[in-house]
Design a protein around this ligand. Structure first.
Ligand code: ADP
Ligand code: MG
Length: 253
């Protein structure tokens, strides 16, 4: 079976700084991969590359069998056009650290916007889906509120509902609870856990080790633009083999 996400020999530099130094990673359908690593190790750049927000310098990434950003013809790769990129991006849900909701739209409109404008789905049907998603993240009563009227945890739950509205085959989370007050972290992690238990394929960058232990199928430790170590939560969290993993875990545990 092909991997849902297949990343091969990916390199990416910003000027003279090589941020991804040969990343290889496979995530199977239904798998939850948690990515750990110190600040600056390239975690966000990797997620952004998977979602076309960064273009890689070499190597390739495929999601659900399609190459991200490229089309293969014979043995050559051709860059996708902007329209094709937008279409590919709708198959991947991305949840950011800072929620990134549209401040001028209500909660419901935040969720409805992309399926209607990007996927051209009938508005009435999308509104129904959005209401169901709001109920699923525990915010059925907030449909007509504006983001500023919600707590951080509520805003992040809206952002998750918004990502789900596109029925993505892959969900990417970049430190989804890092911007939250500690007492709001749990309600967001619970929603993500729920999705994980329902078989959603996801890659989650987080420092929440308890969450990783509970829901990850695979834990990946990145440092300096490389994957230093990967394995089950028990392997990586309880018996790390590399000094850099041990040093990192001793700081966050
Ligand atoms: P992490 O998410 O693990 O903290 P990032 O992927 O955000 O790491 O960043 C890795 C490195 O790349 C950092 O040194 C960061 O400063 C640098 N970087 C990230 N984005 C850019 C950019 N657009 N331009 C220049 N440098 C960048
Ligand atoms: Mg980051």
């Amino acid at each position: 079976m092909t991997a849902m996400v297949d990343i091969r020999s990916v390199h990416k530099s910003f000027g003279s700084l090589e941020v991804l130094r040969g990343i290889d990673l496979e995530v199977r359908s239904g798998e939850v991969a948690v990515v750990l690593g110190p600040s600056g190790s390239g975690k966000s750049t990797l997620l952004r590359a998977i979602n076309h927000l960064e273009k890689v310098d070499s190597g390739w990434i495929s999601v659900g069998g399609s190459l991200v950003g490229y089309r293969r013809r014979g043995d050559r790769l051709y860059e996708l056009r902007e329209r094709e990129i937008l279409k590919q991006r709708t198959r991947i849900g991305f949840v950011f650290q800072n929620f990134n909701l549209f401040p001028h739209l209500t909660v419901l409109e935040n969720i409805v916007e992309a399926p209607v404008s990007a996927l051209r789905r009938p508005r009435k049907q999308v509104v129904g889906t959005a209401e169901a998603l709001l109920a699923r993240v525990g915010l059925a009563d907030k449909a007509s509120a504006y983001p500023r009227q919600l707590s951080g945890g509520q805003q992040q739950r809206v952002a998750i509902a918004r990502a789900l509205a596109l029925e993505p085959e892959l969900l990417l989370f970049d430190e989804p609870t890092s911007a939250l007050d500690p007492e709001l972290v749990g309600e967001v992690l619970d929603v993500i856990k729920d999705l994980a238990h329902q078989g959603t394929t996801m890659i989650v960058v987080t420092h929440e080790i308890g969450f990783a232990r509970e829901v990850a199928d695979t834990v990946v430790f990145m440092d300096g633009g490389r994957i230093v170590e990967r394995g089950t939560p028990a392997e990586v969290l309880d018996s790390p083999r590399h000094e850099r993993t041990k040093a990192f875990l001793s700081k966050v545990l």
